[in-house]
Every structure is written in structure tokens, then in C-alpha cells.
Design a protein around this ligand. Structure first.
Ligand code: URA
Ligand code: SF4
Length: 185
């Protein structure tokens, strides 16, 4: 973990114009949390509240994420939280491939600097960008893969749990598996 490169990366990201989303953002949402965290949570992109505040997962989905983090005996401040794209897509649409491609180097650098042992992809957009472009969240969630010594899992996005409470049980199973894995690393 090194602070200086992260600060430089953040400054670069804050001024980024590499994709058209820069035209419609209020704030870049770089990500935040414990730089020594063993676990990183990765969402899709900022929503309305995040765009206003410049912080990840601070709206309704974020409040649910906080509860889920606490349910596995972590605190939000213990973990690092980031997104696939750092600027809000209009009306919260799914980020386009060119936007994901333009933004992903920031996340790759964040991962390299923080060097987590566990990465949790929240929802299909994160899972497709990080694990496999053909990822099917309903089928492939909850299954661990390992890459360069990093354990990676995808679960439902908290916003999906708010829309469809039936997904809460499988998501809770995934979080129990995450807690179990965390105890090993
Ligand atoms: N949804 C996301 O994917 N990321 C956020 O930061 C907030 C909501
Ligand atoms: Fe740059 Fe990413 Fe924002 Fe696009 S979404 S302008 S690549 S920081």
C-alpha cells in the first residue's frame, strides 16, 4: 500500500475527460475506505446521491450495503468501496462499453495499490467488467474464482435486493461465504 500513487491516481481521476460521462457529472466518485483493507466492494457507478456528494454508495442502496457489511462484523470504514465507472450515467442507465473501457484503468490501479485479498463484485455490471463479459448474475453469483492470489466473488447489487426482496436470501448466503473466506485470509 502506498499513499502517494493513490493520491496521484485520484487527482488524475478527478480531472478525467476520457469518456462522455464527464460532460454530465457533478462530481467524480473515485471511491473511499480503508487503504489497508483486505476486501474491496465494487459497484456499477454513481447514482444521483453519489453524484451529488462525490462518495460511493451513500443513497438507499448504500444504506443497505452498510447493513450487509455490518452483518458480517465489519464496519464500512474497515473496507474499501469503489465503482466500475466513476461518473454517473444519465438516469442511472447501465454504463456503456466504451465508458467501462475508458474508466477501468482507474479501478485496476486502485486494486493494484490497495492489494485486497478479496474482491466482491456488486451486481452484473461489476461482474461482467471484472470476472467475465458473459457473466450471468443469477447463475454465477456466489461462486469464488481466484486470480493472481485474489479471491473474487459476485453477488446481487443492493439496489436489486431493494427491487426484489426474494434475492435477499441468496445474497445473505453469499455474504456468509464472504465472512468465512475473510477469516482465512
Ligand atoms: N450503485 C452503485 O453501483 N454504486 C454506487 O456508488 C451507488 C449505487
Ligand atoms: Fe473518466 Fe471514468 Fe468519468 Fe469517464 S467515467 S470521465 S473515464 S472518470
Amino acid at each position: 500500500m502506498s499513499l502517494l500513487p493513490l493520491k496521484q491516481l485520484m487527482e488524475e481521476c478527478m480531472n478525467c475527460t476520457k469518456c462522455p460521462l464527464h460532460n454530465v457529472r457533478n462530481n467524480v466518485v473515485f471511491g473511499e475506505g480503508n487503504l489497508r483493507s483486505k476486501i474491496m466492494f465494487i459497484g456499477e457507478g454513481p447514482g444521483r446521491d453519489e453524484d451529488i456528494q462525490g462518495r460511493p454508495f451513500v443513497g438507499k442502496a448504500g444504506q443497505l450495503l452498510n447493513k450487509m457489511i455490518e452483518a458480517i462484523d465489519l464496519k464500512r470504514e474497515d473496507v474499501y468501496i469503489a465503482n466500475i465507472v466513476k461518473c454517473r450515467p444519465p438516469n442511472n442507465r447501465v454504463p456503456l462499453q466504451n465508458e467501462v473501457d475508458a474508466c477501468l484503468p482507474y479501478l485496476r490501479n486502485q486494486v493494484a495499490i490497495i492489494a485486497p485479498k478479496i474482491i466482491v463484485c456488486l451486481g452484473a455490471t461489476a461482474a461482467k467488467a471484472i470476472i467475465d463479459k458473459n457473466f450471468k448474475i443469477t447463475v454465477m453469483r456466489g461462486k469464488w474464482i481466484e486470480r493472481k492470489g485474489v479471491k473474487i466473488i459476485a453477488t446481487y447489487h443492493p439496489a436489486a435486493l431493494l427491487r426484489d426482496p426474494e434475492k435477499k436470501y441468496p445474497a445473505w448466503e453469499d455474504f456468509k461465504s464472504i465472512k468465512n473466506e475473510l477469516e482465512k485470509v
